[in-house]
Design a protein around this ligand. Sequence first.
Ligand code: UDP
Length: 238
Amino acid sequence: MMKEKYLGVNVSPLTYEGIISDLRVRLAEGKQSTIIAVNPEKVMSAQRDPEVKELINASTYQIADGVGILLAAKIKGGNIHSRVTGVDMMAKLLQFAESDGHSVYFYGAKEEVVTKAVANIQAKHPNIQVAGHTNGYEKDEKALVSKIHQSGAKILFVALGSPRQELWIRRNLDQLPNVQVFQGVGGSFDVFSGTVKRAPALFRKLGIEWLYRLLASPSRLKRQLNLPKFLFKVLQSR
Ligand code: UDP
């Protein structure tokens, strides 16, 4: 699979549908796959920390979550023309899990958040097989990994924030041979539970979801300053 590189970080040019059909093949072949969202904040952290860069580049799919990557693709003449967001990828995987009969495990977020997210998902997908869920503040990692293993889950969503969730996946991938798809989903359980609202459609359409999130929680400013820094570096690297 051809990847594009932005400041040394791989990004997969596949769309949602492209990823699902590729995953179908990999699942049939018994291969494990990992999905990680890439945005300017993560690319900038990869510049500082080679482990983060290695972690991202070693994933099966690096999805272009965020308008920053699209702008970088424009600057560099790349082939990434639409976003593949973590939360929408998760929604597509839930549909896929329901239609193809793959059981799903949810790990992360606060207990009331993950419980509500699972209830909402079950209401929307009545035929989905939920293998289990655990909040993201569980301390006994060994017991948790064994619980997930025994649950028989095929798809695992890990919602601990970055890079904690990616490190968790890398640490435990080999201990979870039955799990074939791992996705690090950040704050997505908060969205599925209804605790956090997504930006209105207009903001999403215009590619200014970041502005909505900034207005909703101004403390994100420091994190969001990564966007101009990232674009500046991409321009410099031309
Ligand atoms: N979280 C968790 N365990 C922790 C720290 C965080 O489960 O030890 C959860 C937190 O409750 C939230 C998610 O991880 O649901 C982090 O969301 P955030 O929006 O910060 O992630 P991002 O998408 O920005 O990486």
